[in-house]
Design a protein around this ligand. Structure first.
Ligand SMILES: Cc1cc2nc3c(=O)[nH]c(=O)nc-3n(C[C@H](O)[C@H](O)[C@H](O)COP(=O)(O)OP(=O)(O)OC[C@H]3O[C@@H](n4cnc5c(N)ncnc54)[C@H](O)[C@@H]3O)c2cc1C
Length: 505
């Protein structure tokens, strides 16, 4: 048996990382585990990045409550964690009278949920605000508190702030079983051994159903992954007139295919919403691309196939927890509870959209649940909510850039030309409190390899830097952990073995 903790959190996505960060405020020994090689490799790295205003969710649901509370919290959370967030507002666009009625419904629902500032504007006003919108728009719901976040940075920053405040983070550590005595959870069995704990928080995202079943909780609850595919447009080719999010009128399938800005300057188109069998099926399909392209093009006719530089898919953890309104079946609710069946479990399940928006509020709800369960939480006087971000070269002015290069010449060497990422930034992330030791970990932190060339130019140099800093041979450097090595073998070895070109094909 290894170290004894007060709380173990399973899953270091945005939910587990925010829970760890907010709980680190108290005098508790906390362990955050994830089965992957880095934090934020699950659904938190593949979504629309919208901070939803809160007019979608059914009034009274956990989704509605944590969504609206999350929106209120994001300005402070992003300031404290040193991450970008733009409260640019969003629009739901109507193109006929029936859709105008849907806007009225959303407005009423938003008012009931406590969303401030909602307003229906007419087609002329919508065209004035975003001239690239389809010309036959007849009206739009304007939500000034909607916004855009950076789920990659948010997850990493929350986990990093938790670690700065004493949380132990163990990656490559998969939860396997609960240790249970007299119907009380006493710890967890993982791929790295057993850990004792008084509380366990289930924040396992797509796998939250399997985790809760192992504690005998909600055997009827199942998560069926609902895939959303996306396209990313080249920022040099296409921009919206201003930073914003454009949603179509929603359908029974969900919020619909949006066209939106990202905080990195690209336009994103997607997602669709299709159930898939496997929790690993993040394929982007021909049919999917056609579906999202048609949706996006209907909303903003100026987008062009030639603007596409990348595609990806994410999986919503859609569960069958009862909804406050069973008629709206896409709106099943978040599970946020301490179940009666077993002692010592905080159970979070079915955290699909708007889970990113709601994450800080869900963390606060976890604290409230622990207090209600009799946990005497005492604040740590030395808790530091501030995470100072590391320099991002492209965000600095000329003078600041020159000063940084004078201090460390590695900031004067550009490794990723499309996104202007320097060697200094890469080396700093490799030695950060949560070290970035794979290509994708560096990509999520610095944004290298995300531009027009999609890693074509930077990758060999990044592998060399990783190899040097980690003291590993280049062949050991991976894209995203074991099994994703980027280099097969040295060319010299190939010559020695007298392989022919045909052998390599
Ligand atoms: C297509 C799409 C669009 C979305 N758009 C938005 C949006 O615009 N705005 C918004 O607010 N929300 C959006 N969401 C929802 C949001 O992305 C999720 O609610 C959020 O990322 C869920 O975070 P999580 O931490 O619960 O899950 P995850 O990020 O998946 O984290 C769970 C973690 O648990 C780990 N784990 C699982 N099993 C184990 C185990 N056995 N042992 C150890 N670790 C384990 C995983 O490796 C993973 O890191 C969208 C989701 C999708 C798919």
């Amino acid at each position: 048996m290894k170290k004894r903790y007060d709380v173990i959190i399973i899953g270091a996505g945005i939910i587990g990382s925010m829970v760890a960060r907010f709980l680190s405020k108290y005098k508790l020994d906390i362990l955050l585990i994830d089965k992957e090689v880095d934090v934020g490799m699950g659904t938190s790295s593949a979504n629309s990045a919208a901070i939803h205003a809160g007019y979608d969710a059914i009034p009274g649901s956990n989704k509605a409550l944590t969504n609206v509370m999350g929106v209120e919290m994001w300005p402070q959370v992003s300031r404290e964690l040193g991450i970008n967030y733009d409260r640019c507002g969003d629009y739901v666009v109507a193109v006929n009278d029936q859709e105008l009625l849907v806007l009225e419904e959303l407005l009423a629902r938003g008012v009931e949920n406590g969303v401030p500032g909602l307003q229906i504007i007419d087609g002329d006003e919508m065209r004035r605000r975003e001239p690239k919108i389809r010309p036959d728009v007849v009206g739009a719901l304007w939500a000034p508190t909607g916004g855009i976040g950076d789920p990659f940075a948010a997850t990493i920053a929350a986990a990093e702030n938790a670690v700065m405040n004493g949380v132990d983070l163990k990656l490559n550590t998969a939860f396997e079983e609960f240790l249970i005595e007299d119907n009380k959870i006493t710890g967890v069995r993982t791929s790295q051994g057993d850990f004792e704990s008084r509380w366990v928080v289930n924040a396992a995202g797509l796998y939250a159903d399997e985790v809760m079943h192992k504690a005998g909780v909600r055997p009827e609850f199942n998560i069926q992954p609902r895939r959303g595919e996306y396209l990313i447009l080249d920022k040099a080719d296409f921009q919206l007139t201003s930073t914003t999010i454009l949603f179509p009128s929603p359908s029974t399938k969900g919020k619909g295919i949006l066209v939106a800005s990202t905080l990195h300057g690209n336009v994103i188109v997607g997602p669709n919403a299709n159930f898939v069998e496997s929790k690993q099926n993040k394929d982007v399909t021909k049919e999917g691309i056609e579906e999202i392209w048609s949706g996006g093009h209907k909303l903003v006719p100026g987008i062009n196939h030639r603007h596409i530089i990348a595609e990806f898919a994410g999986l919503r953890a859609t569960g069958n927890a009862p909804s406050p309104n069973p008629a709206v079946d896409y709106n099943q609710d978040f599970i946020i509870e301490i179940p009666d069946d077993v002692q010592g479990l905080v159970n979070l399940g079915g955290i699909e959209s708007p889970g990113f928006t709601a994450a800080p509020a869900i963390a606060v709800k976890v604290i409230e649940l622990l207090e209600e369960a009799g946990e005497a939480l005492e604040e740590r006087p030395d808790w530091n909510p501030i995470r100072v971000p590391r320099p991002v070269f492209r965000h600095l002015d000329r003078e600041e850039q020159a000063a940084l290069i004078a201090k460390d010449p590695a900031y004067g060497r550009i490794v990723c030309r499309c996104e202007t990422v320097t060697e200094g930034e890469i080396r700093a992330e490799i030695h950060a409190p949560i070290p970035a030791d794979t290509y994708d970990a560096l990509k999520r932190r610095t944004w290298l390899g995300t531009g027009r060339c999609q890693g074509g130019f930077d990758m060999p140099r990044v592998v060399a830097i990783l190899s040097e800093e980690l003291g590993l041979p280049s062949e050991a450097i991976t894209k995203k952990g074991q099994g994703s090595e980027l280099l097969f073998r040295r060319t010299k070895d190939v010559e020695q073995d007298h392989l022919t070109v045909e052998d390599l094909l």
